[in-house]
Design a protein around this ligand. Structure first.
Ligand code: NAD
Ligand code: DAU
Length: 352
């Protein structure tokens, strides 16, 4: 048996593949374009592992995807591939439209042709699982209930609008063609291999480098944080037992204001790697211009996933964030490698 994982060299995709092969021997075919966010090093431990085949390529390359499907005959496809950073979508939305909308469409077309060609037994077993985000639901007021699966889609950034479009395409392929799809909408992840353009790894990296810790606006925006391994177990569970055509919200029950997250990171770093001058990393916090159209609050109601499929996160924010800081302290070479070259150009453009 084989699964095809797209976007497997990125943050969540890499964690998923590593976790998958740590749990069972089912072969993984990885498809990743290796954009700035994709990094072969994330999968370095699998280089000689016969259960893993890595292919560099685009989900929008219909011929390549069709060949891979013919050759490897996967029983499931997990689609993690995407442009994922909101700030980059504000500076340049084009890549988001191309990969998240057109790319997902091309992938769905190739998968539809493959699935249609399968025998009845394989057709029934087959699954296409689309990994999406809570940002498609828009922004919450402080007292609004958390997002449920039946919330309206109200995306506010080019990133979330492109993810919303991809979710709609996936839904339509089920409704119209019967393609056996599942969709997960998850809150903010954190953990190992998180690219340091995102808040948590950026703050850890900048703190250790003696740089400013940039907080957008007043720092009171709220996100619901989930340790990445918990997201991976949720996806495995949905793949295993999710109802076809349905969506499942995944979240950590961990709503935190950005400023509180950054304070926590500074406090852990003060304990684990104190500054040479004995001062706190909190002194490096700087309030900067807000993100245009910045969503104020996200929160996920993950009750459905718990009630129907028995999933709950294993980590609390307190345990997960400490593990994460330790991972970054222990993996400074990884950080150095991913923060060279193009990364510096991005930081220059975004924070100058
Ligand atoms: P990431 O940016 O770290 O990784 C994305 C990966 O996709 C990279 O390896 C990149 O090279 C690859 N990729 C990009 N365009 C591609 C294309 N056209 N063809 C093939 N590969 C391509 O993103 P992530 O944080 O790991 O997110 C993975 C998925 O999970 C995305 O769909 C994202 O929307 C979703 N998601 C992320 C979070 C989060 O907090 N990071 C939360 C909820 C959902
Ligand atoms: O909610 C799920 C989403 O979470 C995913 O779909 C996205 O792919 C993922 O990038 C993430 O989006 P956010 O925009 O919430 O994550 P980010 O880490 O970029 O920002 C988290 C919060 O921190 C947000 O309110 C913006 C703020 N922020 C971010 C950066 C990079 C800062 O205050 N300063 C910063 O320098």
């Amino acid at each position: 048996m084989t699964i095809l994982v797209t976007g497997s060299a990125g943050f969540i995709g890499a964690n998923f593949v590593l976790d998958w092969l740590a749990q069972n021997d089912e072969t993984v075919v990885s498809l990743d374009k290796l954009t700035y966010a994709g990094n072969r090093q994330n999968l370095a431990s699998l280089e000689k592992d016969p259960r893993h085949h890595f292919v560099q390529g685009d989900i929008g390359d219909a011929e390549l995807v069709a060949d891979l499907l013919r050759q490897h005959h996967p029983r499931a496809i997990l689609n993690f591939a995407a442009e994922s950073h909101v700030d980059r979508s504000i500076h340049g939305p084009e890549d988001f439209i191309q990969t998240n909308i057109v790319g997902t469409f091309r992938l769905l077309e190739a998968v539809r042709a493959y699935w249609s060609s399968l025998g009845e037994a394989d057709k029934t077993l087959f699954r296409f699982l689309h990994v999406s985000t809570d940002e498609v639901y828009g922004s919450l007021e402080p007292t609004d209930p958390a997002f449920r699966e039946d919330n309206k889609y109200e995306p506010n950034s080019p990133y979330s609008a492109s993810k919303a479009a991809s979710d709609h395409l996936v839904r339509a392929y089920h409704h119209t063609y019967g393609l056996p799809v599942l969709t997960t909408n998850c809150s903010n992840n954190y953990g190992p291999y998180h690219f340091p353009e995102k808040l948590i790894p950026l703050v850890i990296h900048n703190a250790l480098a003696g740089k400013d810790l940039p907080i957008y606006g007043d720092g009171q925006q709220i996100r619901d944080w989930l340790y990445v391994k918990d997201h991976c177990t949720a996806i495995r569970r949905v793949l295993e037992a999710g109802q076809l055509g349905e969506t499942y919200n995944v979240g950590g029950w961990n709503e935190k204001a950005n400023i509180d997250v950054v304070h926590t990171l500074c406090d852990i770093l003060d304990q684990e790697k104190p500054r040479d001058d004995g001062k706190s990393y909190r002194d490096q916090i700087t309030f900067v211009r807000d993100r245009p159209g910045h969503d104020r609050r996200y929160a996920i109601d993950a009750t459905r996933l718990e009630r129907e499929l028995g999933w709950r996160p294993a980590e609390t924010f307190e345990t997960g964030i400490r593990k994460t800081v330790r991972w970054y302290l222990d993996n400074q070479t990884w950080v150095e490698n991913v923060t060279s070259g193009a990364y510096r150009d991005w930081v220059g453009q975004q924070y100058s």
